[in-house]
Write a protein that binds this ligand. Structure first.
Ligand SMILES: *Cc1c(COP(=O)(O)O)cnc(C)c1O
Length: 412
């Protein structure tokens, strides 16, 4: 059974104070999880997590992660400016972009961020827009499929990101000729991977490539960036990935491949988003309508503009009806938002307890790629974000949009 991170009384208090729908984050959960991650990778002295800003671009959240030792991974000019405003600079920032505009590249260089090149042609682009820094990272795409025990997990060959092995080598050579002295290797091959083998298997590939690149070009590899992709258990019966097992698997690969090659000083970086925040956020919404036609519907005051994942990916998000946690699941509902879009459904044919109008529903695991993916379709305004602090108090960390915000860019 999936538990909410606060009591019904706390959620009621939040609903009264801030209104619904509202995204809520659990400071304690965020901090404990970040500390556990750092402990798991403490065998690697240079380890650093660069939180993928796109998952939850909220300053208060970024500051909590900064206090826990994390940097940020940005992919656009605006995200870079957000990072700067939150006090991140230089080596605290990873810039992993693709189809990068010149202004974005210039800003990354100005901040002294680690620049991660998505393509071989970006070597020239980097040189022409802002000059080549001392350290440069290149993103690798091994092609083919990523499979575990004969099961295909993802399809790198169809992914637009990264360079081929041959291009990696050429990029390193060219960059060295242009003055780069230290290098990084980056890859992102599987999204929401809940199996523990993902990082260790990819690490083996990247470490092998690091040795190859070092031996063929003489390049000094400073770090290997395993990027994001570690998943979370969205379903109640799903097993969470085990970060200690994952980190131990990466360590084994490190000891098998990098240490014998005399590369025992390579730093491990990660750019986790979902894993850092997903379970530590939820969307609180209220049942405002019920409808009985060919199916049973519960209409809530949140909609896909607050959480796009179900509409976009058919993603499962668990729902708890507050106060009915142990009631029998004897109703079959579609829980829907009010967009004029038939995919605006948080749950389809979900077994839930009988829902009464006014009931509060917690939609779980919305801490990453939740509010962040919000939009304004149908003139819907994006909700507030509230932090549940470790001492049990609450803090508004982003106000809800107003009608004036909506009209701000319009020309009448
Ligand atoms: C989206 C993204 C991440 C984070 O992905 P998660 O699935 O949230 O871990 C990290 N790095 C890059 C380059 C990304 O695009």
């Amino acid at each position: 059974m999936k538990k909410t991170f606060a009591t019904k009384e706390k959620f009621q208090e939040i609903a009264e104070q801030y209104g619904t729908p509202v995204h809520i984050y659990d400071e304690r959960g965020i901090r404990e999880n970040a500390r556990r991650l750092y402990r798991a990778f403490s065998w690697n002295p240079g380890y650093k997590e660069y939180f993928a800003v796109k998952a939850t671009p909220t300053p208060r959240i970024l500051k909590i992660l900064k206090e826990e030792g994390c940097g940020v991974d940005c992919s656009s000019l605006t995200e870079l400016i957000l990072a700067e405003k939150c006090g991140f600079s230089g080596g605290d920032i990873m810039f992993s972009s693709n189809e990068t505009p010149a202004a974005d590249m210039k800003k990354a260089r100005e901040l002294g961020a680690y620049i991660n090149l998505d393509d071989y042609t970006h070597v020239r682009f980097l040189k022409d827009t802002c000059g080549v820094p001392k350290t440069v990272c290149c993103r690798f795409n091994p092609g083919g499929v990523f499979s575990v025990a004969n099961q295909i997990m993802d399809n790198p060959r169809d992914a637009k990101y990264g360079m081929t092995r041959g291009q990696m080598k050429s990029a390193y050579r060219d960059l060295m000729a242009l003055g780069a002295e230290r290098f990084g290797i980056h890859a992102f091959l599987v999204s929401n991977a809940t199996f523990n083998e993902y990082y260790p298997m990819m690490a083996r590939q990247l470490f092998t490539l690091a040795v190859e690149l070092h031996e063929s070009t003489g390049a000094k590899v400073e770090f290997v960036n395993l990027s994001g992709g570690i998943g979370i258990p969205y379903y109640p019966d799903q097993i969470a990935p085990n970060i200690e097992t994952i980190a131990a698997g990466v360590r084994q690969a490190y000891e098998d491949i990098l240490i014998p090659a005399g590369m025992g000083d390579v730093r491990i970086f990660t750019e986790l988003g979902r894993y850092m925040l997903g379970p530590y956020g939820c969307l609180l919404t209220r049942a405002i309508h019920e409808k009985h036609i060919y199916k049973e519907y519960i209409g809530v005051d949140a909609c896909a503009c607050d959480l796009m994942r179900p509409a976009m990916y058919g993603a499962y998000h668990h729902i708890t009806v507050l106060g009915k946690e142990s009631a029998p699941l004897d109703h079959l509902y579609d829980v829907v938002g009010g967009l004029c879009e038939n995919n605006d459904k948080f749950a389809i044919d979900r077994e839930l307890p009988g829902i009464d109008m006014g009931d509060l529903l917690v939609i779980h695991d919305t801490g990453a790629h939740g509010h962040a993916m919000g939009y304004n379709y149908n003139g819907r305004l994006r909700s507030a974000e509230v932090l549940l602090r470790e001492d049990g108090s609450t803090e508004l960390i982003r106000r809800a949009e107003t009608v004036d915000d909506y009209f701000a860019t319009m020309i009448f």
